[in-house]
Design a protein around this ligand. Structure first.
Ligand code: HQG
Length: 183
């Protein structure tokens, strides 16, 4: 069955997330220290691995991705993921003061462990937090019936924890100790 354009673009976008965040080696791609890949090289390597995409197609994905997962450099010659990496990259994130409360969407099976250990980054470089409950709900719903945890980010910040905001508005921190998660 032939995929329609939207499905195919979503599929390619997911594959881009995979290679730009987690497994660039899957297509022999090399990311620089800040997570950038050369666009021409990316397109060549995607094609060599059966994912044909041209410059216009790539620009379309970057522009229409609902969560603005990708950024092109000003000259358009490089691309990187805005957040979510498991490979070590320096996104040049600048510490910023968070709002008093941020939210984390998860599922019931993780809550016991989270209450004990706090929120851990796991495979990723940071714990991901959302500005509003609705977004956290969507994040949690990827795995099942969502549970939304409220994180006292203002207090964490006052007590020395560092927060960043990614280019697509996700709040990031290294670890959320359990005491900052509201009951
Ligand atoms: C859970 C998507 C047990 C945590 C989303 C989560 C987000 C623990 C899972 C972004 C734990 C990690 C990130 C602990 C955390 N014990 N479980 N101590 N601490 N967890 O995917 O936040 O579509 O790495 O609750 O929209 O779900 O990829 O993190 O369920 O922004 O752009 O461990 O990924 O964005 O899962 O999602 P993830 P996440 P993209």
């Amino acid at each position: 069955m032939r995929m329609n354009t939207e499905t195919s673009s979503k599929h390619t976008s997911k594959f881009l997330s995979l290679v730009l965040r987690h497994e660039p080696e899957k297509i022999g791609l090399i990311l620089d220290g800040q997570g950038w890949a050369n666009v021409d090289e990316l397109l060549q390597k995607l094609a060599a691995h059966g994912q044909t995409l041209d410059h216009a197609g790539l620009q379309h994905i970057v522009a229409t991705c609902n969560k603005q997962r990708f950024a092109l450099s000003d000259d358009g010659q490089r691309i990187r993921a805005n957040q979510g990496h498991s490979v070590t990259v320096d996104l040049g994130l600048v510490p910023v003061e968070p709002p008093q409360w941020l939210y984390h969407g998860t599922v019931p099976r993780f809550v016991g462990s989270i209450r004990e250990q706090g929120l851990r980054a796991g495979e990723r470089q940071h714990v991901h937090l959302s500005l509003d409950r609705e977004t956290a709900h969507q994040v949690g719903a990827r795995r099942g019936a969502p549970v939304i945890l409220s994180v006292h980010a203002g207090r964490m910040h006052a007590e020395g924890h560092v927060f960043y905001r990614s280019a697509n508005g996700v709040w990031l921190t290294d670890h959320v100790p359990a005491k900052y998660i509201a009951d």
